[in-house]
Design a protein around this ligand. Structure first.
Ligand SMILES: [Zn+2]
Length: 337
């Protein structure tokens, strides 16, 4: 975790948060890192500020067919794409991406052994997002707690389509896990693949009842550039979620939300509005590797953000938050914050 802690230190050194930033963990005193306690010269602070950390806030890895002997796929969820860790590391190296949040993939469903093995093998490179198991028997709560406390996962994913038929994320099991996430200082990442309109009421209810749980909406909450009044309405409701200080947005999997081909420039207006409402310090880029590879390529996905941000006239500082500072700050270890 040395490198990640170093990244956190760089963030802490690199100046005050922008105006709209809400330092979520700031109520709690942080560990007095040696460097934070030291008096810092302006030159050192400038050097740290110049070091731009690139953190991909959303990607997946799964076992190669060879590794699947040790780490089997969930039955019926065999991958059709390569997504093993060595391939990811090669892509990150080519693209100049320093670190990443690995989101537990559906291919291994609730069996986290492969992702855990990758996290343990590359502790300075990756942090993990586990998948919440919303089974009716409530066993998912203990699994979640163990994944955080024993295996070091820093984020938990809520996939509403894994809830038992007819059940919502606001059921007893969902609320217990959401509340626990707040207690553990682990953000809840929510995937609204079938439309934010289906889930926004649940999200608002959870945020209202548990204001100390951080929420991250995956992939712009799957809001495409609005064409109809209905789409405009739901996008406005997404912007309005910024009223919850605990709410963050992933500007990720751009190929899933754009109506255009790479470099997805139709997203510039959305990005501009998201940043205006939330502040760049509540927005983070993610690739959705390996799905992004056949779409536009990994390196190209990262480069697209520069072009989109440029079209949206974002400041270099905003871009720096989106490309790494937001996520670095958010995913720092609860034990180190
Ligand atoms: Zn994904």
């Amino acid at each position: 975790m040395v490198a990640l802690l170093r990244l956190n230190t760089l963030v802490s050194l690199s100046g005050l948060c922008p105006t709209r930033h809400y330092c979520y963990y700031s109520r709690k005193p942080r560990l007095p890192f040696r460097i934070r306690m030291a008096s810092i010269t302006e030159t050192e602070a400038e050097t740290a500020s110049a070091s731009k950390v690139i953190l991909d806030s959303h990607l997946h890895v799964w076992a190669s067919p060879h590794e699947a002997a040790t780490f089997p796929y969930h039955p019926g969820q065999e991958p059709t794409l390569a997504g093993h860790a060595d391939f990811l590391l090669q892509c990150m190296e080519e693209a100049g991406v320093d670190s990443a949040l690995i989101v537990q993939p559906i291919n291994h469903k609730f069996d986290h052994n492969y992702v855990t093995s990758v996290l343990k093998k590359y502790p300075t490179k990756f942090v993990g997002c586990c998948l919440a198991n919303p089974a009716d028997d409530g066993s998912g709560l203990k699994q979640f707690e163990d994944l955080v406390l024993k295996d070091g996962y820093r984020v938990v994913r809520f996939n509403p389509y894994l809830w038992p038929s007819g059940k919502k994320m606001t059921n007893e099991v969902g609320k217990a896990m959401f509340q626990k996430a707040g207690e553990l200082k682990v953000p809840v990442s929510i995937m609204c693949m079938k439309g934010l309109d289906l889930h926004i009421s649940e999200i608002e209810q959870l945020c209202t009842e548990f204001p100390s749980t951080i929420v991250i909406l995956d992939h712009l909450a799957f809001c495409k550039p609005p064409l109809t009044d209905q789409e405009q309405l739901i996008f406005s409701r997404l912007l309005n979620l910024s009223r919850f200080p605990q709410m963050y947005v992933k500007f990720s999997a751009l190929f899933r939300v754009s109506r255009e081909k790479h470099p997805y420039l139709d997203l510039s207006t959305l990005l501009s509005q998201i940043v205006s409402s939330f502040g760049a310090n509540r927005v983070m880029w993610g690739s959705d590797f390996p799905f992004v590879v056949p779409e536009c390529g990994y390196k190209e996905a990262k480069e697209a953000v520069n072009l989109i941000a440029n079209k949206a006239s974002l400041s270099p500082s905003d871009l720096e938050w989106i490309m790494g500072k937001t996520a670095t700050q958010l995913f720092q270890s609860h034990s180190a914050s």
